[in-house]
Write a protein that binds this ligand. Structure first.
Ligand code: G4P
Ligand code: NA
Ligand code: NA
Length: 191
């Protein structure tokens, strides 16, 4: 998606060998017009699937997932990373391992908000090692729901998440695909 690639070139900062900082429009400050365009792009890609729900993980997935839900006029559910007073019983939970932080965290969704009647589109901000998406797919399986596909704002093709999903024949739409960082510059995959 040209609009997103241009924005990444203009406002993204490459940190070290493999991290892109995009806190001026996605991960801290959020650009709502850009989110609306991303939501429309995910709609265009997945509109022929019988989707009933958009699913993501807090916190950075919520903005693009909400924009997608607005394009589809469908509810958006985000998995929570912490249990709370009001979220402790009747949960689907999955373990999400972070290779970066070398820690495992639990994500949870109330059984109220996902069932075998649902066909789900997963949306997330980044696809790196794919562990968050794997956790959501685990939860979709627990609910007996159907996975329609995965929509990603920024994919890093050089990390292992994309291959994990391709190996499982899951439809993945990534709006920007980064092949490498070279001398602090972003190199997009050509396709
Ligand atoms: P990893 O730590 O093994 O890479 O695991 P994973 O791919 O699940 O990524 C962990 C967190 O880091 C996720 O956010 C993910 O969105 C974010 N992330 C991965 N690569 C990048 C990157 O290049 N740039 C930025 N800005 N973020 C990246 P999270 O911990 O779930 O946090 P939240 O922001 O959603 O709350
Ligand atoms: Na995320
Ligand atoms: Na993040």
């Amino acid at each position: 998606m040209k609009l997103l690639e241009t924005r990444i070139q203009q406002d993204g900062q490459v940190l070290g060998a493999d991290v892109l900082k995009v806190d001026s429009f996605l991960n801290h400050q959020i650009d709502p017009d850009l989110m609306a365009a991303l939501g429309q792009a995910f709609y265009d890609s997945f509109k022929d699937a019988p989707i009933t729900k958009i699913l993501t993980v807090e916190s950075s997935g919520i903005a693009p997932a909400l924009a997608t839900g607005m394009a589809f006029h469908l509810p958006v559910v985000f998995a929570r990373k912490h249990k709370s007073l009001t979220l402790k019983d009747n949960l689907y939970t999955a373990e999400v391992y972070s290779f970066t932080k070398k820690t495992t965290n639990q994500i949870s969704i109330s059984t109220k908000f996902l069932s075998a009647d649902d066909t789900v589109l997963i949306i997330d901000d980044f696809l790196a090692n794919g562990q968050a998406v794997e956790g959501l797919i685990d939860i979709i399986g627990q609910a007996g729901a159907t996975l329609a596909g995965v929509g990603i704002v920024i994919e890093k093709t050089f990390q292992k998440g994309r291959k994990l999903l391709d190996d499982r024949h899951i439809k993945v739409t990534s709006l920007a695909r980064i092949q490498a960082f070279e001398d602090g510059q972003v190199v997009f995959a050509q396709d």
